[in-house]
Design a binder for this molecule. Sequence first.
Ligand code: AMP
Length: 223
Amino acid sequence: MAAGVRLVVLGKQGAGKGTQCVRLSHRYAVPHISTGDMLRAAVRAQTPLGIEAASLMTTGELLPDELIIRMVSERLSERDARSRGFVLDGFPRTVVQAEMLEEILNESHKLHCVVNLEVPTDEVLQRLVSRRTCVDCGGIYSTASPPIQGWTCDTCGGEVIQRPDDTAEAIMTRLQAYERETLPLIDFYSSRGLLETIDGSKAPDDVLRSTVDAVERRKREME
Ligand code: AMP
């Protein structure tokens, strides 16, 4: 079995984090931990967390740090993540979350690196308005490359829809939240020597190849 990895993937909404994180989690046989997917599952299941999260998510606002940190630290304490690692998608999203992640991971489970997928804003806007998402597995499609059979997911058979926060208004709110809260993480991780910037506007296979090259180099350096 491939050796594991501990990775954070950053990038604007629509930069391709979901697609790349799924592939990276398969490549390294580690869980793909997406806070957005976890929250959408909670909203669908109408759990207390889901009920609390739903309206903020629809408008594109961030949820409170404490709530997200509790959810992620529980998931990271599970055996698969502790023993093999993880690909974190959509977390951390604020400096407070990044500081908490450092505490949770402590010295023995440090991140191998933080991948920043860089894509210009006009390109992510185009990707987001045409994006369609599987409600069950989070699989990503677009109006230009839909599933094979109607709007049914090729992977799990789930319904493929336009996310309620992929509307023009919510997209603007989400991009503003990214600039305000998440962009400072670039400096945060750069100052710790962990940042790897990857050109996310290339084809998905090329982005994956560059990312894996960077991660492998980091892993060799840490051995
Ligand atoms: P995503 O699928 O990662 O774009 O997340 C969808 C929505 O879930 C976001 O717009 C936020 O409302 C919420 N969310 C996901 N991850 C976080 C996080 N780390 N911190 C705060 N809110 C989050």
